[in-house]
Design a protein around this ligand. Sequence first.
Ligand code: NDP
Length: 326
Amino acid sequence: SKAWTLAKHFKGFPKLSDFKQQEVELPNIKDGEVLIEALFLSVDPYMRSYSSISMKEGNIMVGSQVARVVESKNSAFPVGDFVISTAGWTTHSISDGKNLQSLLCNWPEHIPKSVALGTIGMPGLTAYFGLFEVCSLKEGDTVLVNAAAGAVGSSVGQIAKIKGCKVVGCAGTDDKVAYLKQIGFDEAFNYKTVSSLEEALKKASPDGYDCYFDNVGGTFSSVALLQMKQYGRIALCGAISLYNDSAPQLGTYPVVPFILKEFRMEGFIVSRWKDKSEEALKQLMTWVVEGKLKYREQITEGFDNMPAGFLGMLKGENTGKAIIKV
Ligand code: NDP
């Protein structure tokens, strides 16, 4: 088996030399265990912040993968089954089944199994719960989302459209903006090239925003929050503009306008709604099959290129979900 480890804790933006590939000798499987082979691996923004908080140098990088069972002494996961595993950045691994989840049953032939790491997986669930549980989304709301062409953001915008909302999305290239329009966003703009973010947000929705699904944080948020309507609901999902900072930025929020507008702002982690995940995944699958929820993937070929795929995602090279194909 091959595995990628964290060779050096990231300082600022991660570098290829922060990763090291290792060969791992796997023992024979015991009763209750399975040997799995990764087909698709996920690279996600949380890996950047998680590594600083919870990993030691030399640890295998954390992450999820879609894998096939190649040997089994566990009747719950027979040979040939497809599973989602949290084995991390590994090509092969042994599991007692606790970190494995079977793919939704009746997975349609025409949908790649890698989508279980994206729109019909954790990022799709993040969009779903962030909108319904945190933003209390209702028909007619105007929704703002950033990193909108990414895995979470593209699902946020499309789910809000399914629910009859107006959707405004921001992304970092003109191609991504064109993609957002193509998948049904009402308004979209490139936050890197607008001369004033405030003006662009006002132009896209002169009446302001009911819901703000924040994937980015930082300066973007300081501007966006001032465009919220009365009783605005804000889902703090991610802060990718800050993950590479070595120390937290201490700033002041314009508190008084927030009080007067009576905002509700809530941070969340998708795993909070574990008990509702299966039902939500089935809904996401239905929308995908009906063609109402489109997915796109940015595939990096080759396990050896996994760190490059991860850095590419952090730089914004992905439209849709960043995936590594072994
Ligand atoms: P994406 O597929 O959206 O990929 C990351 C994107 O972030 C890039 O493509 C890039 O797009 C954008 N980006 C990178 N740097 C910056 C920056 N400095 N300012 C603005 N945008 C930037 O990733 P995901 O969909 O997987 O994740 C999106 C967010 O959701 C992340 O913040 C992540 O941490 C969070 N998240 C939170 C979860 C939770 O449970 N709370 C669960 C899953 C994800 P662009 O070209 O537009 O800049």
